[in-house]
Design a protein around this ligand. Structure first.
Ligand code: SF4
Length: 194
């Protein structure tokens, strides 16, 4: 029996940015090179995780909870696999936490990524995830992300969309925001964009 095709929460975020990024990485030999800003963001991400170990839970408005780092989760039923930076567990409740090195607010792609982690936590660990926390290491702000029914349904739908085009090896349409293509390291492979 063939294994079900698994996608990652990160791919849900990338798909929101541009569906073709996921297609190129999954279905072609094209290697996406790491840009300077990607390297910088990755390094900041690691240092933020180290600092987190010394902090209290006050920024999450929680008085107690166990921190679990680098939580690897897989659900064949959901078609998802991924590693969560941080999960705070308080009894039967759990709160996924994501760190981003950005000045912006959490966008729909970030919310899809976090909701995918929440679905994984509920499916694999049998805990309840009503909300999670998205923290910007640049603005020092922490945002609550609610995993409501609408976001959950959208997350499940996007998982199926991505699995569909990977399985069919079908190139999805480009982003509708052509400005994203200007500095995209994959633009040489997108013949129908800028
Ligand atoms: S060039 Fe544009 S359409 Fe192609 S992968 Fe990059 S952002 Fe997407």
């Amino acid at each position: 029996m063939t294994e079900p095709l698994l996608v990652t929460p990160t791919e849900l975020r990338q798909h929101h940015y541009c569906p073709r990024i996921v297609f190129f990485e999954r279905c072609t030999p094209v290697q996406r090179r790491e840009t300077i800003s990607m390297t910088h963001g990755r390094e900041k991400h690691q240092s933020e995780l180290l600092k987190e170990r010394r902090r209290t839970l006050s920024r999450y408005e929680l008085t107690e909870g166990e921190r679990c780092y680098d939580v690897r989760l897989t659900s064949q039923t959901l078609g998802l696999t991924g590693e969560l930076d941080l999960l705070i567990v308080n009894g039967t409740r759990a709160f996924p936490v994501e760190f981003k090195h950005t000045l912006g607010l959490p966008d729909p792609g970030h919310k899809l990524q976090m909701c995918a982690y929440a679905l994984l936590v509920e499916a694999q660990l049998n805990l309840t995830c009503a909300q999670g926390y998205w923290h910007s290491s640049r603005t020092r702000q922490t945002h609550v992300i609610s995993f409501d029914t609408r976001l959950r349904n959208r997350t499940r739908a996007v998982i199926q969309t991505i699995r569909g085009f990977i399985h069919a090896e079908r190139c999805p349409p480009p982003t509708s925001q052509a400005i994203k293509c200007i500095d995209c390291e994959l633009k040489n492979f997108c013949g129908d964009t800028l």
